[in-house]
Design a binder for this molecule. Structure first.
Ligand code: NI
Length: 133
């Protein structure tokens, strides 16, 4: 974790976007259109409501989607927090000093206005995502 992190969203692995989203929509959340992200091989949709943390739902496209591992082990569950940073490469360098391991090189995410994202893992913190503003 870094002092300049700005919270962006909670990522939840789900079996089916609409089956989960309906609970949030009935509670007043707005849902973005579901898009397919070929880089992560998942379907993605965001749920937003004033004053509440943004939620990202990620559902598998097929058996090769990375979220399947989480779903098989735990079912539907939050599995990452995402933080916005100004300079993703600087943030990666800073996190490596804190013993975070880079899971993937920064890639542009279709679901998030084509902004650069990457994932890092630390055994005491878990999985986090970075998003370059
Ligand atoms: Ni995310």
């Amino acid at each position: 974790m870094l002092s300049y992190f700005k919270f962006h969203h909670i990522g939840i692995a789900v079996f089916d976007i609409d089956s989960t989203a309906k609970y949030y929509i009935s509670a007043g959340y707005s849902k973005t259109n579901t898009v397919y992200d070929p880089v992560q091989n998942v379907y993605i949709s965001f749920l937003t409501k004033d004053g509440m943390p943004k939620i990202e739902l990620l559902a598998p496209k097929d058996e090769t989607s990375p979220v399947n591992k989480i779903l098989k082990k735990n079912g539907v569950m939050p599995y990452h927090f995402c933080y916005e940073v100004d300079e993703i490469n600087q943030a990666i360098a800073d996190l490596k000093k804190l013993h975070f391991v880079l899971i993937n090189m920064p890639v542009r995410a279709l679901a998030i206005e084509n902004k650069k994202i990457c994932f890092l893992f630390n055994k005491d913190v878990g999985l986090i995502e970075l998003l370059e503003e």
